[in-house]
Design a protein around this ligand. Structure first.
Ligand code: GLY
Length: 394
């Protein structure tokens, strides 16, 4: 009996129990059920928030809430808006509006590159669904604040400030913040934001990637000359490894840049990254990555559900720009990811998990921070993936 349990555990850890073996709900029903569930589960999450802060995680029975300057502060509001869009639940809308209120002062924050995550995932969704001019004004101001971090010599937005570790660090995650800049330029704002985005994306294309389309996490530049000082990591297993969420940011980032520019180089890059991820020998059968593709201890290494959710969402968009068998590959990989995340291996039960939807994400393994916990951005990209599937594939 013990031996059978051990083998079952091994199979689960390696992700080799095919979900095809279990009964699958039709995707339309799953999506509908998931948004209804999210509206209920987020009542629990909402009760666990310290006033003035935003929910981040839940660990050892305790809810973790962070200050609004933290890079994740916009995901809660963004998730609520996405739930509202699908359920039309007025209480969810009220919570979403309240969540925006505490984020508003961030619009003039210039302390890091994360304004896109913070203000576009939140106010961007709010504006998309309501068309309120005051939300647009916040997005425009946020873009102006983010653009102050553009360094013309480096031809990039500086991600973090100079420290004892770095001179002028640019991280692959920074690609995500370009969405807000592109959007503002395309919606009546200054065209310079799109120029900054394109220049940043081109510099990242040149310096962040390896020949196999995997990405370094951090490139440190000499701010006086623009020369690359080092290629390194902060959250990955090693400088030369492929940190899973970073690969997801890269995939999402170049797919999104193609949406705004139609530059075939960006599409080529996004496809290359997608094939790197999907053909990687260390991608488990359930397609939810380990926290790093080169993590020690695979198949026993921790997973990162946030990377799975983010990659699923990006693949669904990339599928829109591809055809034939390539489109089928991207769509069906995203489907596997969604079914995995919605299964009890990753999905919380009502009232559990501190009110978050998904379990088993990893924030920063080498820093011994947020390991195998729920994370608000895993929920955000999971909900986005569900909504995208419904919009584009049903
Ligand atoms: N942008 C920080 C992270 O992905 O952890």
């Amino acid at each position: 009996m013990k031996k059978i349990n051990f083998i079952a555990t091994l199979l689960m850890l390696s992700g080799s129990v095919s979900l095809a073996q279990t009964e699958k709900k039709p995707m339309a029903q799953l999506i509908n059920d998931e948004f209804k569930f999210a509206a209920e589960q987020y009542k629990v999450l909402g009760k666990n928030i310290t006033p003035g802060k935003t929910p981040q995680s839940f660990d050892k029975g305790k809810s973790i809430n962070y200050d609004v300057k933290w890079w994740c502060s916009g995901f809660y509001a963004g998730s609520l808006w996405n739930i509202y869009e699908q359920t039309k639940n007025e209480n969810v809308k009220k919570d979403a509006e309240a969540a925006l209120k505490i984020l508003e002062p961030n619009q003039t924050y210039t302390g890091n590159h994360d304004l896109g995550f913070m203000m576009y995932c939140s106010f961007g969704n709010a504006y998309r669904l309501t068309g309120k001019p005051e939300y647009k004004a916040v997005i425009q101001q946020s873009a102006a604040s983010l653009a102050t971090r553009y360094r013309p010599v480096v031809k990039s937005i500086q991600s973090w400030n100079k420290s004892k570790y770095w001179e002028c660090p640019v991280i692959i995650d920074n690609m995500m913040n370009l969405e807000m800049l592109n959007w503002v330029s395309d919606n009546g704002g200054d065209k310079k934001y799109k120029e900054i985005s394109v220049t940043h994306a081109n510099t990242t294309l040149k310096n962040h990637f390896r020949p196999d389309f995997s990405s370094y996490h951090v490139i440190d530049y000499n701010p006086q000359t623009g020369e690359v000082l080092k290629k390194a990591t902060w959250q990955g297993a090693a400088n030369c490894s492929a940190w899973s969420r970073g690969q997801g940011w890269a995939l999402y980032g170049y797919t999104m840049m193609y949406r705004f520019t139609k530059d075939p180089e960006y599409l080529k890059q996004a496809k290359g990254i997608a094939h790197f991820i999907l053909n990687h020998p260390n991608l488990p059968a359930d397609k939810i990555p380990f926290w790093d593709f080169d993590a020690q201890g695979i198949p026993f290494a921790k997973r990162d559900a946030s990377a799975g959710a983010l990659i699923a969402s990006a693949l669904l968009e990339l599928g829109q720009y591809t055809a034939g068998s390539e489109k089928t590959t991207f769509k069906s990989a995203a489907e596997t990811m969604i079914y995995s995340l919605s299964s009890e291996a990753y999905h919380a039960k009502l009232g559990e998990n501190g009110g978050f939807l998904l379990m088993h994400s990893t924030g920063a393994y080498p820093l011994n921070s947020e390991i195998d916990v729920p994370l608000i951005y895993a929920d955000y990209y999971y909900l986005e993936a569900l909504a995208r599937y419904k919009k584009w594939y049903l």
